[in-house]
Each structure stands twice: as structure tokens, then as C-alpha cells.
Design a protein around this ligand. Structure first.
Ligand SMILES: Cc1cc2nc3c(=O)[nH]c(=O)nc-3n(C[C@H](O)[C@H](O)[C@H](O)COP(=O)(O)OP(=O)(O)OC[C@H]3O[C@@H](n4cnc5c(N)ncnc54)[C@H](O)[C@@H]3O)c2cc1C
Length: 410
């Protein structure tokens, strides 16, 4: 990887692309991010997003003027509740869970990326431009892009290309065909209610607790997040995710993933697009299987969205001698049960600094990213199994239990 020519192209302008963008810009690189979608399309999918330790560290280091508490809520206890509201289990999380929203994290990263700073590189954030393929030549990687006037295909070349175009990455598919996300047999229903409407039985969220409830082979998580106006008291939201099984071959799956205009979605039916019949069926299921506070929370939510849960792991992050790197969901996609999806790209961006400063070899960087990614992919699957069934895979030790054991033996 050359650091002489300081030009980087980043494919994908969501969380991973922007995290790499702010880090590389601060090092003086000229960074061009190309994003296929337009801003409104992005916001319609946004919900709660938690920040793991690397994501929090990246935000605090590269957005130092921003107080973490201004856009997030921290929780350190997970409480599993029974149908009658009694506590089944309560555990300290292995690390505090920092709950924010995709929209706020995206907006802050994008503002930071676009902010002119003396000594930093030149930046561009192009929307509506889709990367179609890449080619390697001696010094540079060329990215071919569509979405320009008169259907022109333009090419951008750079000494470093970061591929952050998500789990269904076009470019990863070109480089390693056949590595594809697999549907986990679970649909996540997501929504929120204003804090003023939080049912009294769920008020423990105000003490910084993450609440969980299992019923009918499904489970729900609820936590407090900032609202669109921030996290002052009264502005916050109770965000919830309800994981429920759904067979890919079932009529239920086909109906759920088809929006009110008849369009079929592969992964997410965005806010405002869910068909009335689908939502009515979900409300019926909520009333049938959930106890009253949870059912009330779900059925009174506005603009819910659904996501088919997928996951996969790549075996390679670096291509073309390190001139092209896979980042975030384009590299490894975790199931969302641990909320660690934006931690991996943050760790990648922070560790990339060490390669650029020649403190770490490319091979060691790739090894570290693979082992972190694979461990969290496995842990996310185990957490999902626990949520749905109440048991972990045989022999599995959750992080909070490992931490407890360490403290006992110390
Ligand atoms: C709009 C949106 C909303 C989300 N909301 C949430 C949320 O609320 N909670 C949560 O936990 N996770 C959410 N996610 C997923 C979350 O961002 C990721 O799981 C994680 O943060 C890693 O992000 P990523 O940037 O690697 O992938 P993604 O967030 O999937 O971003 C990939 C980006 O690449 C763009 N892209 C795709 N193909 C091309 C191409 N060929 N050329 C150029 N650009 C391309 C996509 O439009 C997208 O913006 C959301 C993702 C998106 C895109």
C-alpha cells in the first residue's frame, strides 16, 4: 500500500464508509465516498444502533467536539422479564451498551467528514453513484461507476480503495463470487414509542436497563434511545426489536417482505412501506403471544419496519496487495442480536491507522480483523439462540459470564 499518493475511494457511504472516511481524511488523504442511494432512501431504514467499544472510541477520537451523551444513552444491565413482569434474570453486560440511532451516528459522521479542516485532505460525498466493478493495475485500483448523466460509466482511480457497500456487496461478489449472506430464518420487527407512552411495567428502561422478554418462540428487546430532537428528558424514544421465526418458503415471509405498493424487498421493508394487512397480522400476533406491556408497546408504535436477518463471513479482507480492503458488512455481517455491527468497521478503521503508520503488517491486520469478525459472528448467533430459546449452544460461555469468572478468580 502506498502512502505517497494520498487519494482514497470509498465505495458505500453508510456507517463503515464514513468511519473510514473521517479517519483517512484526518491523516491528510483526499477521500471520495461514492454512495448508490439518495439520502431519503437511507433514512427510511434507520432505527436504533448500538456503539461497541471501538465505535465509541472512534467517535470520541475523531469527533472530539461531540459529547457522546448528546447522541446516545448508556445501559449496563440486561433484564429478562417474565410474562407477569417479574425478573427472571438480571446481568451486568460485559461492557456498557451505548444505544444511539443509525440516523444520528450517520449524520454526525457525515458532518464531520464534510467539515473543512485545515491540514486535512479534500473530501467528496457523491450520492446516486453505484460502483459496478474494480480493476487492479500496478499502482492503482480503478473503480467503475454508474449513475452519471447520459448513462456514462466513469472511472475513479486510487492507491487505496475501501469497499464498504454492505452485505450484498457488488465488489466482493466480483472478487469472491459465491460468498453470500444467508437468511437466518428470523425476521426483526422494529419500532418505537415516545418515552411519555412507555408502559409503567417497562419503566426500568429509565434506570438504564435493557429489557428482554421471550414469548411464543420469539423475543423482544427494548431500550431507550435519543429521539430526533436529542436525548433531553421528554424527547427520548423507547426503541424495540422483536425477533420472530419466519420460514423463507412460507406465504407469511413472502407477504411480509412485499410492501404496500407490491414491491418485494430482499432484506428491509422500510418505514412507511409496510402493508396494512401485514401490520394488522403482526398486531394480532402481538395480542396473542405478548403480555400486556409488550403488546401495548408494539401495537401503539408508529412507522414500524421489518428486516430479514442475514449473516455471513468472508475469509479475506485485503486484495490487490492491500490496495483494496473490504470493510464493515461487506467483509463480515453479524446477526444483530449483540448490536455489534458498527463495531467491526470502527475497529478496522482504527487498526488501518497502524498499517498506514507501518506499525502493523497487512497480514497481521487481516488476521486480527478475521479473528474479531468470526468471534463476534459466532457470539451474535449464540445470543440470538439464547433470546429465542433460553439456552446457549453447548459449551458456549457468554462474555458477561467470562468477565464474572475473571473477576472471581482475580
Ligand atoms: C439505510 C440504512 C439504515 C440502517 N439502519 C440500521 C439501524 O437502524 N440499526 C442497525 O443496527 N443497523 C442499521 N443498518 C445496518 C448498519 O449500518 C450496518 O449493519 C453496519 O453499521 C455496517 O455498516 P456498513 O456501512 O458496512 O453497511 P451498510 O450500512 O449496509 O451500508 C452499505 C452502503 O453501501 C451502499 N451501496 C451498496 N452497493 C453500492 C454500490 N455498488 N456502490 C455504491 N454504494 C453502494 C448502500 O446504499 C449503503 O449505504 C442500516 C443500514 C442502512 C444502509
Amino acid at each position: 500500500m502506498s502512502t505517497v499518493t494520498k487519494r482514497v475511494v470509498i465505495v458505500g457511504g453508510s456507517i463503515a464508509g464514513l468511519m473510514h472516511g473521517v479517519v483517512l481524511k484526518s491523516l491528510g488523504y483526499d477521500v471520495c465516498i461514492v454512495e448508490a442511494r439518495h439520502p431519503d432512501q437511507l433514512k427510511a431504514q434507520a432505527a436504533g444502533l448500538s456503539l461497541g467499544p471501538s465505535a465509541k472510541s472512534l467517535m470520541e477520537t475523531f469527533l472530539p467536539e461531540l459529547d457522546t451523551e448528546s447522541y446516545s444513552m448508556s445501559t449496563a444491565t440486561a433484564q429478562f422479564l417474565a410474562t407477569d413482569g417479574t425478573i427472571i434474570s438480571e446481568n451486568k453486560t460485559s461492557i456498557p451498551v451505548v444505544c444511539s440511532t443509525w440516523g444520528l451516528v450517520f449524520e454526525h459522521l457525515k458532518n464531520e467528514f464534510l467539515k473543512p479542516v485545515s491540514g486535512s485532505g479534500e473530501v467528496q460525498y457523491l450520492t446516486g453513484k453505484r460502483a459496478t466493478s474494480v480493476q487492479d493495475s500496478d499502482d492503482v485500483v480503478t473503480v467503475n461507476l454508474s449513475g452519471f448523466d447520459e448513462d456514462l460509466v466513469k472511472t475513479f482511480s486510487a492507491h487505496l480503495v475501501i469497499i464498504a457497500d454492505g452485505a450484498y456487496s457488488t465488489i466482493r461478489n466480483q472478487l469472491t463470487p459465491g460468498v453470500e449472506p444467508k437468511y437466518a430464518g428470523i425476521i426483526a420487527w422494529r419500532g418505537n414509542v415516545p418515552e411519555s407512552r412507555v408502559p409503567p411495567e417497562l419503566k426500568a428502561v429509565f434506570d438504564g436497563k435493557l429489557l428482554m422478554f421471550r414469548a411464543g418462540g420469539s423475543y423482544l428487546i427494548a431500550y431507550l434511545t435519543p429521539g430526533p430532537n436529542g436525548n433531553a428528558m421528554g424527547d427520548r424514544l423507547l426503541d424495540w426489536v422483536w425477533y420472530d421465526k419466519c420460514d423463507v418458503d412460507s406465504q407469511d415471509f413472502q407477504e411480509t417482505m412485499t410492501d404496500k405498493s407490491g414491491r418485494k424487498h430482499r432484506v428491509t421493508v422500510p418505514r412507511g412501506a409496510l402493508s396494512e394487512a401485514v401490520w394488522a397480522k403482526r398486531v394480532e400476533r402481538a395480542r396473542a403471544v405478548l403480555s400486556s406491556p409488550w403488546s401495548e408497546m408494539v401495537t401503539t408504535s408508529e412507522s414500524p419496519l421489518v428486516t430479514a436477518i442475514t449473516g455471513f463471513e468472508s475469509d479475506k479482507a485485503a486484495f490487490f496487495g492491500g490496495k483494496l480492503l473490504l470493510a464493515g458488512d461487506a467483509f463480515i455481517q453479524f446477526r444483530p442480536h449483540l448490536g455489534s455491527s458498527c463495531n467491526l468497521p470502527a475497529l478496522q478503521a482504527l487498526t488501518l491507522l497502524k498499517i498506514l503508520n507501518k506499525e502493523l503488517s497487512l497480514i497481521d491486520w487481516e488476521d486480527q480483523m478475521l479473528s474479531h469478525g468470526k468471534e463476534f459472528a459466532m457470539r451474535s448467533i449464540a445470543a440470538g439462540q439464547f433470546g429465542m430459546t433460553g439456552t446457549y449452544p453447548e459449551g458456549y460461555v457468554p462474555l458477561y459470564a467470562m468477565k464474572k469468572a475473571d473477576q472471581t478468580s482475580a
